[in-house]
Design a protein. Sequence first.
Length: 167
Amino acid sequence: MYKLSKSISRLRIKCKNETHGCAATFPLSEEYCHSSACLFELVPCPHQGCGAQVLRRELETHAQCCEHWRQLCHMGCGTLLSLQTQGQHNCYRQLRQDYEAQQQTHRAIAAALQRKMRKMQNTMAHMKRQIGLICESLEVMDSQEEVENVGETSSSSSSSSSSSSSS
Ligand SMILES: [Zn+2]
Ligand SMILES: [Zn+2]
Ligand SMILES: [Zn+2]
């Protein structure tokens, strides 16, 4: 049994990608190893959204015309390049553009905040006026009550102070 399995594993088989042009033969045990590296294996294009099935050996040629090819700038500026933008990409120009765009959004945010602040200040001033009016009317009511209270106490005790305040 051991011998049999050994001879099976030694049996050389043809690559399943023979139809694509692979002429390799190898022991059965190495099939997985071969197919994961076989240049004639159909593999999906690694670029997101492409979905093309390409022979492994043609991946590079495909990448040169793949619409979905994306790669971060190798200079490290953080820009995701496509085939269209890759040719004219200039890190410095890109960074300056990004910076200016950011400045613009910051300015827009600052302006919006200022508008909001002004609105709040207006509301606060309005509320202050309202509160002032309420306070005034409360004071009027208080002094009226005081007058009434003083009048009541003066009527019961009839002191000299009440007569001066009522006149
Ligand atoms: Zn192969
Ligand atoms: Zn592709
Ligand atoms: Zn760059």
